[in-house]
Write a protein that binds this ligand. Structure first.
Ligand SMILES: [Zn+2]
Length: 253
């Protein structure tokens, strides 16, 4: 097809042709057909180690001894986080789940940056469940930034405790976690050493009955779950005799 056909004609009917100034190139003329992708990526690495549970005789002195055991390994003050009040199991540190994140902030927003970082790491990898566990927490290794938040190679954690659903004994686990935007080769080994020290501290405390067999209890949002009449915790363990959150005897209707 002759290109003349596409030329605009001038107002006076003359062929505008080659005498008209060339049209300014518009941006659309320059768009390439192939997309040039700019890559963006963030790799988060969160890790934790937990020990077996140690069974301790029930009583307030068992819970009260936890901060001193953590303090022996701590590089910061030890903060004790009681189980969340009336948690329906929905609180979560996942910020885009706004209802869950709001519940999490309402429960933990006033804690220290070290403890918030620890809960974020340890809850995200399911190493602790503050819905029913009491958590004694500190900075255990490494440093914090000027705002007080642990860096990616800092190790945080301490002891987590709940009440055995069958016997009512206190079950205490050593829990350590670390991570963020990066990783360091020796962090895993350091974490294992600190976990062992915390575990020895628990085993060496008074009232030790032995190791706890079996897994951790599960919370349940389902109807028909056994609900503690003292604290409202809904247990998925329908044969539970004791509440894992408050340690009181479960009442049956
Ligand atoms: Zn309870």
């Amino acid at each position: 097809m002759p290109i003349e056909f596409l030329r605009r004609r001038g107002k006076d009917g003359r062929d505008g042709g080659s005498k008209a100034p060339p049209p300014a190139p518009t941006p659309t003329n320059r768009l390439p057909e192939e997309v040039i992708a700019q890559d963006h990526q963030l790799r988060l690495s969160l890790s934790a180690k937990t020990s077996e549970g140690v069974r301790l005789t029930a009583g307030p002195e068992a819970l009260g001894g936890m901060p001193a055991i953590v303090a022996a390994e701590a590089k910061s003050d030890v903060e004790v986080v009681p189980p969340r009040e009336m948690d329906t199991g929905q609180a979560s540190p996942a910020i885009i789940r706004t209802a869950e994140a709001s519940a999490w902030l309402a429960a933990h927003g006033e804690l220290s940056p070290i403890t918030r970082h620890a809960l974020y790491v340890l809850e995200t990898v399911d190493a602790v469940d503050p819905a029913y566990e009491t958590f004694a927490c500190a900075l255990l290794d490494g440093t914090t930034d000027p705002a007080g938040y642990p860096d990616f190679s800092a190790i945080v954690g301490g002891l987590a405790a709940h009440w055995d659903e069958t016997t009512g004994d206190l079950i205490v686990r050593a829990v350590v976690g670390w991570g963020g935007r990066g990783a360091r080769g020796d962090t895993d080994r350091t974490a294992a050493r600190i976990l062992a020290s915390l575990f020895r501290g628990v085993v060496g405390s008074s009232g030790v009955l032995g190791l706890a067999e079996g897994g951790r209890p599960l919370g349940s949002g389902e109807s028909g779950a056994l609900v503690c009449q003292h604290c409202g915790f809904a247990s998925a363990g329908l044969r539970a005799m004791y509440c894992p959150k408050c340690g009181m005897r479960m009442l049956r209707g």
